[in-house]
Structures are given as C-alpha cells and as structure tokens.
Design a protein around this ligand. Structure first.
Ligand code: FAD
Length: 707
C-alpha cells in the first residue's frame, strides 16, 4: 500500500502542534508527515520583546524544528504555491528551480507577514517586531541611541535619541514598550550625560484604552502601572506618517523620536493571498472542522485562517494559544477522516491571558482569576517558561532570567554598516534630509515631492538657494569628494527618496557610464557659480519676489482625462506653448508642452490617449514668496522656459507661472538703467527694487500668457 502524505506549510505554533499530534498518533509506515518552513526554527514570538529589552539572548527564542519534530520529514524550503486541482505544492528546490510535491492532505499554517506599508514612511523608518532579526535589530538600534545620546552636544538632539515611539498598544506593543522603558532607564547609570528623567517611551494607540483584548480592570491597572514607570500614553491617536524624525498624527501633531517601533500592520502570507478561496480580512475561511471551504483535503490553522470558535460563535483571535489548539484539533480531525469517523467543530475555551508590562509587573487573567503586579509577572514568566517547547530552551531562558536578577543587562551591540543600504525613505515637509556639516554617507534620488537646498549663513537667516523636484538627485558632491556636506537639504513637501549607501553608489556609478555622464554634467552645472561675475544681478534676483514677475497660468487648466486630440486642438486654438494639467482645477499635477505632445504622437499614442500618458508629471514648482534667484536656479537646473508658481511653499495650488523671458527682460532692464542714469545717482526704478519692492517689469509680449 502506498504511504499517504500529509504536507504542512509553516512551522509556527499551529503547524508544529499539528505535526506533533499527527506523528505521535499515526503509524510512520503508513503516513508520511512533511513540514515545509522557509526557516529551520520556530520563533517563540511572545518572548521577542524580551530580546529587545536584552533580558534574554536572541537565540533563546528560536527552537530548531528538526529537533522539535524528529518524526516528521522537515524541509527548509519556501512553498511558492498550491495547486489544488493536482493536489500538489510548488516549492523552490535547493538549486533554485521550481519543484512540486503531491499531497493527500494539506494543512496551511503559514501565519501572516508584516505589512508596514499601511502608513506612509513606516516601512522605511519604523522597526517591526515579528522575527528574531527584527528584535535583534531593534535592540541594537536602541543601544546605539543610548551611545548617541551620550555624545550628543545639543540637548534637543539628546532628548530625540532617548525618545522611543511605540505604535500600537496590543500585546506586542505593550510588552515592547515595557521592556524598552526598563532597558533605557535601567542602563542610564552607565552613562554620564543623560539621566532616566530624560528617557521618553511613548505608546501610541488608536483606541481610548490599551490592551483591548483583556478585561477593563486589568487594562486600567496595566495603564496605571506603565505610566508610573514613566511610559507616556497617547491614546485615540492615529499615526498617519513616519519619517526619520518621528511620527505624524491624524490630528496634526508630530511626535519626535529617534526610534519608531511599529506593532500594527500585518497581512496574509502571499500563498494564502494567491488561493482563490473565500476569505475574510485576507484570512482563509474554514468550515467549523478547519477544512477550507469547498476543499475536502485542505485545512488551515493559525493566523492565516478565519476560524469561528463554536464555543462562542466568534472568530478566533490571532494568538499563539489559538493557533496551537487549532493545530492539534486539525491533526485529530485528519486522523478521524482517515478512520472514517465524523470530524469535530473547533471549540476552545481560553485558558487565560498574560501580558508583561515592564518593571517586574504583568497583568494576567488565569482560569478566571485576575492577577496583576509582581505575582502576575512571576506567573507570566513561569507559564512562558513552561510553554517553551523543549527542555533545552527552558533551561537557557530560565538561566538568562536568573542571571538578570543579579547582573545588569548586556549593553553590547553590533552596528550594522549603514552605507551598504539601498532604501526608500519618507520625509515630511520641513524635515532635514541632511544638514550642512554632516558626514557624506548617502546619495539620494528624489522620487516624489520637492526639497530645498539651504545654505547656512553664519548666524544670519538661512538662504534657500534652489528647489529640486521629482527625478532630481542630490548628495553626490560630498560623496565623490568625501567631505562634509556644504549645504543642507530640507523637504519642502512630503517627499519620498531613494537612499543609496556610499559603497553601493560607488559601485553603481563606477559600472554605469550613463550615470557617470549625468553626474558629471550635474556636478559641472551645480559647481559653476553663475553669479560670481555678476553679484549685483544675484542681489537683484534675491530681493525680487517671484510674485512681482508672475503671470497668469495659461488657460484653461486641462483635466487628466483630456485626450491627445483635445490637447492638440487646444495648442492650435489658444496659441500657448504649454498647459498645466490639474485634476481638481487648482493644484498642478503635470505640465504638457508642444514637445510632450509630439513625443506622445510619435510614441504611438492615438487620438484618444489621455494627457497623463505623455505629460511631465509633478513638475518642480516655486512659491509666490520665493525669490527670483531660486527661480533662476530652477530654470538652469531643469532647462525650462516657464515654472509653475504655487500659492505657498509645499502647496500644489497654482497661482500663476513665471517665464524665463520675463525674468531676463527684468534683469536686463534693471541692470542697464544705472548706466543711463547720472553717475552716483540711482534710478527711481532701482530705488524701488532696493528693499524687495521690485517694480513690475513690463511684459515683453502683448499677450502675457504666451512665452
Ligand atoms: C511580538 C509578538 C508577540 C506576541 N505575543 C503573543 C502572546 O503573548 N501570546 C499569544 O498567544 N500570541 C502572541 N503573539 C501572536 C502569535 O505569535 C501568533 O498568533 C502565532 O505565532 C500564530 O501562529 P501560526 O502558526 O499561525 O503562524 P506563525 O507562528 O507566524 O508561523 C508561520 C510559519 O510559516 C512559515 N511560512 C510562511 N510562509 C511560508 C511559505 N510560503 N513557505 C514555507 N514556510 C512559510 C513562517 O516561516 C513561519 O515559521 C505575538 C506575536 C508577536 C509578533
């Protein structure tokens, strides 16, 4: 008789319990249990916060699956897909090729994946807490922040390094906040330049109470205790953006902090997403006996499944406790189905809930008893020690905890070499991407938004010398010259940038001739001081606000739905050289010139192609109160004939446009007049321009909207 094969995808809490129950109860000569996991260990996630807080070693939360499941055939391979018609799983074999394995029964137990993209900037600037590497990275970062706080000279900067923002106050957020608070405050005695009073751990939660999973009395106790320990609560607050400086909230507040921990945002694993089966909130819906709907031989357990608990009719929460119970019951139902017995609906009464809140305190609801404080903390440690799946791990963790009662936490960390990275980063308006004097570590490509190049002015008000828009790059000069930054770069609008570490930049620019050429051209352009021989022109432009020379934008503003034919007609009828495109009739989304139009036609666009297919998206803008020197730099940088002028810095609302011809006419007129005037006597017009009240220049065209 052929052996039956049961495949389990995922060696987490659910998959492991299922495999254990199957291998214990089924004869190995008749049934083969194969478990796939991309990692060779189970992550005991309830203890991840302890790794962050340096209470236990990172390896202590990993349990090798091979040792845990000696009777199962364990494969460290990633499952790529499930073919339900052929009863096969597809996986990536050792040589990288795609391979398949047949199953008689399949258990999907692949958990969920972290999805930080729910909040702009979160993926780039926040630390998730899902894997042991996440916990180890976060721990190293916090250690680094303590070191930076020690050497920071500016008190504001020191405070920033010592501020940790934890987003989400469920179990993992609360445990992480408690541990980090203990770590920072407990370690302060080894540092000379900061004190526990400077530490700020802020727990941000969208609801009005933390720990919504537990009873209100315990919740209240947990909040009070954490506040007494120094953790600040920001409740009823939704995080809307994350930047290197901190997080923005929906109500407009911005919380600054050098560490952001994100414990919200998870989505189903890609293989469950690809299964064309009924889902709820992305999780696979099961029958009461854990079989997938419409699939007699496919089952699902744990975080990837939407399972109704028949005890109370409620969907099971995504916790380890439920995943384990489901794994065990799934195994029992598979065995029942082999024996031809009826399967049973999933039914589970929660044994209890435990959450550590730091400061040797915890809250617990065990068998109906509410415990809090030290007793609960003791119970919490005892229960988790007992729940660790092997005696080896129990001894190790127990030893770590016992050591910590006598010795301080370990403060050593390994710094990750940052210059090797290629990453995306989000900055909010007003934030510095780098400052004058900073070491040259990265090269930046502006993907969205605008930045301003700021020159420090030795105590005098800073000078904005240029504005850069999407598609521009910066940071190359200091990197190539290996010297500190000479200018600062500040986000003018919310921006997204691609950040390339120094080594990656050197490798890419060394290998790619077109990039080298573009860099050389830009370096030449930016290094040339155009105003060296004409300081009076620069001064004139600096004191002339753009508003003075601004003209109305060409009418009408085109909707994004305008077709190639309509745009062509518009050019012919109106006689303009360009039009702005705007979805809402106010903000500038794009610009279309005759060249763009011809390019749109040449690239095969038909008469009904939309203007968005061939326009230049998000062109760089200047604001009405910018000075004309900034505008002149933008004309040079982007080789443009006209710039859209917006109402305020950072807004996209169109106020008009500035044409290079008008700017040139103004300069010529203003700088030639003194020659005609009597020697020593300034002209009336140049008098008027002296304090920024530049006299309007005469239009050089009768129709001011035409360039
Ligand atoms: C920081 C933190 C603290 C927590 N604290 C608690 C707590 O105190 N109490 C509690 O009950 N719960 C807690 N949880 C929740 C608990 O960890 C999860 O509910 C539980 O791990 C879910 O088990 P699972 O088997 O469904 O998935 P997981 O344990 O996530 O396991 C899924 C496994 O599938 C593997 N996998 C995924 N896709 C594939 C693929 N395509 N091919 C091969 N392998 C794949 C993964 O590598 C992983 O090993 C916490 C979670 C976190 C992140």
């Amino acid at each position: 008789m052929d052996k039956k094969r049961i495949i389990i995808v995922g060696g987490g809490f659910g998959g492991v319990k299922c495999a254990q129950a199957l291998t214990r109860n089924l004869p190995s000569d008749q049934v083969e249990v194969v478990l796939f996991d991309r990692q060779n260990h189970l992550v005991f996630s309830p203890l991840l916060a302890e790794v962050v807080g340096s209470s236990i070693n990172s390896l202590d939360v990993l349990v090798p699956l091979r040792q845990l499941l000696p009777r199962a055939l364990f494969r460290t391979e990633e499952v790529r897909g499930i073919d339900r018609e052929a009863n096969q799983v597809e996986y990536q074999a050792e040589d990288g090729r795609s391979a398949r394995m047949r199953y008689d029964q399949l258990v999907v137990a692949c958990g969920s994946v972290t999805n930080l993209s729910v909040v702009p900037g979160m993926a780039d600037h926040a630390f998730p807490l899902k894997t042991v590497l996440d916990a180890a990275n976060l721990r190293a970062h916090i250690m680094d922040q303590m070191e930076q706080a020690e050497i920071a000279e500016d008190p504001g900067r020191r405070e920033w390094h010592l501020t940790v923002l934890v987003v989400g106050a469920g179990y993992s957020g609360v445990e992480a906040a408690g541990e980090i608070n203990d770590l920072l405050r407990g370690s302060s005695r080894y540092y000379h330049n900061w004190k526990p009073a400077m530490v700020k751990v802020i727990l941000i939660h969208s609801r009005d109470e933390i720990l919504p999973e537990i009873s209100p009395r315990l919740r209240e106790f947990a909040r009070r205790k954490m506040e007494q320990a120094g953790v600040q609560m920001v409740l009823n607050a939704r995080v809307t953006s994350a930047t290197p400086e901190g997080v923005g909230l929906q109500d407009g507040r911005f919380l600054r902090g050098g560490t952001i921990v994100c414990t919200i945002g998870s989505s189903p694993s890609p293989i469950t997403g690809a299964l064309n089966l009924p889902k709820e909130k992305g999780r696979l819906m099961t029958e009461p006996d854990l079989r997938l709907k419409g699939c007699p031989n496919v089952w699902a357990v744990g975080d990837c499944a939407w399972i109704i608990n028949s005890l109370d009719g409620q969907p099971s929460p995504t916790t380890g406790q439920f995943a384990e119970r489901q794994g065990r019951q799934c195994a029992q139902n598979i065995i029942r189905s082999f024996r031809g017995e009826p399967t049973q609906a999933f039914r589970f009464k929660l044994l209890g809930e435990l959450c550590s809140i730091g400061g040797h305190s915890a809250v617990a609801d065990l068998f109906g008893m509410h415990l809090s404080g030290f007793l609960a903390w003791f119970a919490w440690r005892g229960v988790y020690l007992f729940k660790l799946p092997t005696w080896g791990r129990r001894l190790q963790v127990g030893f770590d905890w016992a050591t910590l009662l006598v010795f301080p936490r370990d403060l050593a960390f390994v710094r990750v070499e940052q210059t090797q990275r290629v990453a995306h980063a989000h900055y909010d308006a007003g934030e510095f991407i780098f400052r004058h004097g900073d070491a040259p570590t990265n090269f930046y490509v502006l993907e969205r938004g605008e930045v301003e190049v700021v020159r420090p002015n030795n105590g005098a008000p800073e000078e904005i010398v240029a504005v850069l828009g999407a598609g521009s790059f910066f940071g190359e000069r200091a990197l190539l010259g290996n010297r500190p930054r000479v200018m600062s770069i500040r986000a003018r609008t919310p921006v997204e940038v691609l950040v390339m570490g120094k080594n990656v930049f050197n490798q890419v620019s060394g290998a790619l001739q077109p990039l080298r050429d573009a860099l050389a051209q830009t370096l030449n352009r930016r290094a040339t001081d155009n105003w060296k021989d004409q300081p009076h022109v620069y001064e004139l432009l600096r004191r002339t606000p753009v508003q003075t020379l601004m003209e109305p934008a060409p009418e009408p503003l085109l909707p994004p739905t305008a077709t190639l034919r309509e745009v062509s007609l518009m050019f012919v009828e109106q006689g303009h050289e360009f039009f702005y495109v705007s979805a809402d009739g106010r903000s500038v989304d794009g610009v279309v010139t005759i060249t763009d139009l011809l390019r749109g036609q040449a690239s095969g666009g038909n008469r009904s192609s939309a203007v968005t297919d061939f326009m230049t998206r998000n062109p760089v803008t200047i604001a009405v109160d910018d000075d004309c020197a900034i505008a002149a730099n933008a004309f040079r940088e982007y080789r443009l004939k006209a710039l859209p002028v917006v109402e305020t810095k950072g807004s996209r609302n169109l106020a008009g446009c500035l044409r290079i011809r008008r700017l040139m006419a103004f300069v010529l007129k203003e700088t030639e007049i003194p020659r005609k005037a009597e020697p020593g006597k300034p002209s009336a017009q140049s008098e008027a321009t002296r304090d920024g009240q530049a006299a309007p220049a005469e239009p050089i065209s009768k129709n001011p909207t035409r360039a």
